[in-house]
Design a binder for this molecule. Structure first.
Ligand code: FAD
Length: 404
């Protein structure tokens, strides 16, 4: 039985609400403090949840509600120029689901509120002090909050990370800016099919929405890692000019860019990955989600891993006697898994804008590669990961040996 009874969760994105719900299930009271003044403000674009992330959502009772507002993707296709090839998938798994980020936030926040989690918006953490009895969080508005532990679910630019370790690495820019839109392009696409398209100058992906429109996501190569605020300060018309020039020679990229309007364009900003973080916790403070393990968006695993970690952290706090042993067990359970997925993502990321030779070779080599690949061995451990909520967590020595 843990001596941790209360938690401050910094960040009301994805990991934050999931952590708070899972802590509640573990008998620990959690309040979420979010920097944005209102729920769902400033978020846009879609993200996908893999079978492992959906399974973890099931643990906190949010799986059905999330799937109800998401689109199941039952088939994946890769295109290079005008050549198209089927991407094989694992058998017997829940399909990938794609969901608007704002819908995911809404569902998770509703679920958290339903179990009694309190959200305080407009609370930007600036500092924290810990002592023998607890930890005090300080916010920019001069207010404070106190609890037994403080959990940093504050995303890729985490301040909690530097409070834990002032020498912690920062996020690395992938060289890509993210955009998204759902448009009326009149495309006749097969329902449930997601296409990953290597265009002439840049990568993009698209899928049909149930109302007959097409959603697309853009990875635009860029030299400067514009923040969300900086990217949104650029007039949408200028971004559209850039997107139309970038995808001018691609089908259906050119059409998707043409049909995107300033009103439908969602600017996401620079895409980042986190290098390995040496310290995941210190004293009463710990990290979860993108704050400690943001893989490249090309893995499709960022949100799923954030959800898994949130649930595992709550299990550790439930079963181990104090914050220190719970955090050590949590890191031992999670580090190897998230770092191995991040390494896979870093490799894919480099190939997002293939050169001329690669564009010629890829359609010939990839079918062979897919045929030779032991999918179960490469993707099975990633996507078949299921958390046994009821199983008691052991101390860190034992869990390290069994971490996936
Ligand atoms: C374009 C794009 C596409 C993506 N596609 C996918 C995908 O297909 N599949 C996938 O799994 N993942 C995807 N991801 C990654 C996914 O969005 C992240 O992994 C996920 O959002 C991580 O959740 P989080 O809660 O850790 O962080 P976030 O969602 O970033 O939430 C952090 C929260 O903390 C708040 N905050 C920050 N600082 C403070 C502070 N000082 N005080 C209080 N609050 C603070 C922020 O306002 C924010 O609400 C994508 C990301 C991008 C950018």
């Amino acid at each position: 039985m843990s001596n941790v009874r209360t938690a401050i969760v910094i960040g009301g994105g994805i990991a934050g609400p999931v952590t708070a719900i899972a802590l509640h299930k573990a008998g620990i009271e959690a309040n979420v403090f979010e920097a944005y003044p209102r729920q769902g403000e400033g978020i846009g674009g879609a993200l996908s949840l893999e079978a492992n992330g959906l399974a973890a959502l099931g643990v906190i009772g949010a799986g059905d509600a999330v799937r109800a507002v998401a689109i199941p993707i039952t088939r994946s296709v890769m295109t290079v120029g005008n050549r198209s090839l089927e991407i094989p998938g694992l058998e017997g798994l829940m399909p990938r689901h794609v969901i608007e980020r704002s819908d995911l936030h809404r569902v998770l926040t509703e679920r958290a509120r339903a179990v009694g989690v309190r959200f305080d918006h407009g609370k930007r953490l600036v500092g924290a002090e810990q002592d023998k009895a607890g930890v005090t969080a300080r916010f920019t508005d001069g207010t404070t909050a106190r609890a037994d532990v403080l959990i940093g679910a504050d995303g890729v630019r985490s301040i909690v990370r530097t409070l834990i370790d002032p020498a912690a690495p920062g996020a690395a820019f992938t060289g890509l800016l993210g955009f998204g839109a759902t448009v009326d392009a009149g495309l006749d696409l097969e329902p449930g099919t997601m296409t990953f398209a290597f265009g002439r100058r840049a990568y993009y992906l698209y899928w049909p929405t149930p109302d007959g429109r097409t959603a697309w996501g853009v990875n635009l190569p860029a030299t400067k890692p514009l923040t969300l605020t900086e990217a949104r300060a650029v007039p949408a018309e200028r971004w559209l000019d850039t997107l139309r020039a970038t995808y001018a020679d691609d089908a259906p990229g050119a059409e998707l860019a043409r049909c995107t309007t300033p009103e439908t364009l969602q600017v996401v900003g620079a895409l980042h990955i986190m290098p390995p973080v040496p310290r995941w916790h210190r004293g009463r403070m710990v990290l979860v989600g993108d704050a400690v393990h943001a893989p490249s968006n090309s893995t499709g695993q960022g949100a799923s891993l954030a959800i898994e970690s949130a649930v595992q952290l709550a299990r550790c706090l439930r079963d181990l006697p104090d914050a220190g042993s719970a955090f050590a067990a949590y890191e031992a359970l999670r580090r190897r898994r998230v770092e191995s997925i991040a390494r896979r993502g870093a490799r894919i990321n480099h190939s997002k804008a293939p050169g001329r030779v690669a564009r010629f070779v890829m359609p010939l080599a990839l079918p062979l590669l897919f045929k030779m690949m032991d999918l179960e061995k490469t993707m099975g451990p990633e996507q078949r990961y299921v958390i046994d909520w009821d199983a008691p967590v052991q101390g860190s020595d034992q869990v390290h040996a069994s971490a996936a």
